[in-house]
Design a protein around this ligand. Structure first.
Ligand SMILES: NC(=O)c1ccc[n+]([C@@H]2O[C@H](COP(=O)([O-])OP(=O)(O)OC[C@H]3O[C@@H](n4cnc5c(N)ncnc54)[C@H](O)[C@@H]3O)[C@@H](O)[C@H]2O)c1
Length: 281
């Protein structure tokens, strides 16, 4: 398995794949992750390569062994960084994604798995939201580029006949061999967990009504590992539960969540972990 993007999710996926005796190559350009963070996985047998998905030459080199599966996790995933570095965000998330699709098609690799986001539905979809729901308005380039990449990868998959699994992830939480300390990369779940542990107040914008999907990294890694779950081109949500930001604050603060999320993200997968256990104090 070739994992493009050796960050938080890529490292968790590699750990799982190695535990199941799969050969793993992890590739990254070290934009958000430091190679030293991969030492444990390297010692456990992962091949760790330096490669930039903006470079077709780099991607071709990685694909020369024609892996059974390519998992595209390399991205500029942070909203604040997409505002300070829009060019890099577009070059990686848009051009880079297209170059990966071109290389996968050229080499005849059978399967591409792409990590997208529940944000493709917009900030506040209402009611039950399954993978057939329409795209919604976008507020930043990191998430807008997911819509482009999904549609672009689909073009190449249909034209060249490789399987494409698009997984729209909610906010992922829990321990991974690679975690990012910088505030730009922290999710509301980890921010509230840290603040609550420090006894600091948990700031709620708009009363915390915003709704998020959430999934533990172990569940997310297993679902990525087991993809594709359907033939051809398929998309699915990856969220064990849908909660409001106020619910996250309540759980982190040791209180009962009120519920009342305006959205429910539906998902075809099973989940073994939940937020309440992760945030329990
Ligand atoms: N973690 C979450 O909560 C979450 C939620 C929804 C979607 N996703 C998506 O899943 C994917 C992986 O997320 P993550 O949490 O592991 O992010 P991450 O930032 O930890 O990992 C992404 C990796 O890509 C690398 N990278 C950046 N630009 C690159 C380039 N040009 N070439 C090669 N590597 C490059 C970074 O150095 C980083 O190690 C992203 O596409 C992200 O948008 C993540």
């Amino acid at each position: 398995m070739l994992i493009l993007g050796a960050g938080y999710l890529g490292a968790a996926l590699a750990e799982l794949a190695l535990a199941r005796d799969h050969a793993v190559t992890l590739a990254d350009n070290w934009y958000a992750t430091d190679p030293s963070q991969l030492e444990g996985l390297r010692a456990a047998g992962a091949h760790v390569e330096t490669a930039d998905i903006r470079s077709r030459k780099d991607v071709d080199r990685l694909l020369a062994d024609r892996p059974e599966r390519v998992v595209l996790l390399a991205a500029q995933a942070s909203r604040p960084l997409s505002e300070s570095d829009p060019d890099y965000t577009e070059e990686t998330n848009i051009t880079g994604a297209r170059r990966v699709a071109e290389a996968v098609a050229a080499v005849g690799c059978p399967t591409l798995v792409y990590a997208s986001s529940l944000h493709v539905y917009g900030p506040s979809p209402v009611g039950e939201v399954g993978a057939d729901a329409p795209y919604g308005p976008q507020g930043d380039l990191a998430h807008l580029s997911k819509v482009y990449a999904e549609l672009c990868l689909r073009i190449y998959a249909e034209r060249h006949g490789f399987a494409l699994a698009v997984l729209r992830l909610g906010i992922v939480f829990g321990p991974s061999p690679v975690e990012h300390a910088r505030p730009e990369s922290q999710t509301v779940i980890d921010k509230f967990r840290r603040l609550a542990a420090e006894g600091a107040p948990l700031p709620l914008d708009d009363g915390g009504r915003a709704t998020i999907g959430a999934v533990h990294v172990a569940d997310a890694a297993r679902i990525l590992f087991e993809s594709p779950w359907a033939p051809g081109v398929a998309a699915a949500n990856v969220a064990a539960e849908t909660v409001t930001v106020a619910d996250v604050a309540a759980l982190a603060g040791g209180r009962r969540p009120q519920g009342g999320a305006s959205t429910t993200y539906t998902s075809p997968f099973t989940y073994e972990h939940d937020l309440a256990a992760y945030l329990a104090r």
